[in-house]
Design a protein around this ligand. Structure first.
Ligand SMILES: [Zn+2]
Length: 375
């Protein structure tokens, strides 16, 4: 690796960025705490805080109680200094969220709007976004951009779609959306976006595997807080691991894929497409749903155990089916543990924290990440 001596501008930016991140992860802090934690001098910290404050990125939140001498100012990030919009584009819907810099959802809406690879569709999405922003009454100059999550595999630069079967958008480009959305646009893979959402703000967990249980099964592998993309940007396609040789035919054409056994559709088909209704009836102890659940869980825990063996990290059950599994997590953990060669404890398995629009939030967080990096 080439060595590069940082110039004073670069050092300044690094310090400013480190100070902002330190504040970002705390409710409030003081100049003294920052200086001590980051090993910077008080004048350096003071100068940087002044700059950040002038840019509206941080604010004074009061004074610390002190036993003597001058009271220290308490400082915090201004979480509403910017907003990002996220879209979850699915076969039949467009979910839209706006989040603040902390990742908190300000507002969300889910529109029934079937995907079509046509001009009218993209113009319509632009209108949905515009109407949504209008309804949120946000200052447009504070909108960082729009993240768009797709059920598709993206090219390395994330400008185009290299593989898509759920929506007819193979070869599609971010430009199709951007033409009707007057903000910077970035694409994300849907499961990767949801996986990143789960790790957002976590300071102690850096590696997870996210198993996305939607009408198609996917996932994300996150190592050191970064998506492991793979050689062809197809990592985490857990839905197409073979779980039963010669088994049920998957939508991909192969036999015995995880998707054919763990799609959320297997649950919601028994309740007219409603996953909420499935879990309601299951909770009431309805025989039909119990039988479906039992079979489903059998394959799910094999998949989970395989993921644990491969990655040796926490496994998160996500997607809209995963979001309802909290009530059954003890059973799922016990079953997963019973398959495990090394451990008797299944606590590595958990249910996603974000139950609402995790994918759209993750798409929006891409813009927040870019913004924070740029500070
Ligand atoms: Zn398959």
């Amino acid at each position: 690796m080439a060595t590069h001596r940082l110039n004073s501008m670069e050092v300044k930016k690094m310090n400013r960025n480190a100070i902002y991140r330190y504040l970002y992860h705390r409710e409030s802090t003081s100049i003294q705490e920052i200086a001590q934690a980051l090993g910077l001098s008080l004048p350096t910290v003071t100068q940087n805080l002044k700059e950040l404050q002038e840019r509206g990125l941080i604010e004074e939140t009061g004074l610390y109680e002190s036993t003597g001498g001058r009271k220290a100012k308490s400082l915090a990030c201004n979480r509403v200094a910017g907003y990002a919009v996220g879209l979850d584009v699915t076969l039949n819907h467009v979910g839209i969220v706006v989040i603040d810099l902390s990742g908190r959802i300000i507002k969300n809406v889910r529109n029934h709007y079937p995907f079509a690879n046509e001009e009218t569709y993209f113009r319509g999405v632009g209108k949905l976004v515009e109407d949504f922003i209008e309804a949120c009454q946000l200052d447009r100059s504070q909108i960082l951009g729009v993240g768009i999550a797709l059920p598709a595999i993206l090219s390395g630069d994330r400008q185009t779609v290299s593989y898509a079967t759920v929506i007819d958008f193979k070869g599609g480009s971010v430009r199709r959306f951007a033409e009707y959305i007057p903000y910077p646009c970035v694409l994300s893979n849907d499961a990767n976006a949801a996986g990143l959402t789960e790790l957002w703000g976590e300071q102690d967990i850096h590696n997870v595997v996210y198993l996305s249980l939607n009408n198609s099964v996917g996932g994300a592998i996150i190592v050191g807080n970064q998506i492991y993309a793979g050689q062809n940007y197809r990592s985490g396609e857990f839905g197409h691991m073979t779980i039963l040789p010669g088994g049920r035919t998957c939508y991909c054409g192969q036999k015995g894929c995880v998707d054919a056994y763990c799609t959320a559709r297997l649950l919601s088909d028994s309740t007219g497409g409603s996953i909420v209704e499935f879990f309601r009836l299951l909770g009431e102890g309805k025989k039909e749903q119990q039988a479906i659940w039992q079979e489903y869980v059998g394959y799910l825990v094999i998949t989970v155990n395989n993921l644990r063996m491969l990655y040796d990290c926490d496994v998160i059950l996500g997607g809209y089916a995963g979001a309802y599994m909290e009530e059954y997590i003890d059973d799922l953990q016990a079953l997963a543990a019973s398959k495990n060669t090394f451990e008797q404890d299944g606590s590595y398995l958990r249910v996603c924290k974000y139950k609402l629009e995790a994918t759209a939030v993750g798409a929006a967080l891409e813009l927040v990440t870019e913004f924070i990096d740029s500070i």
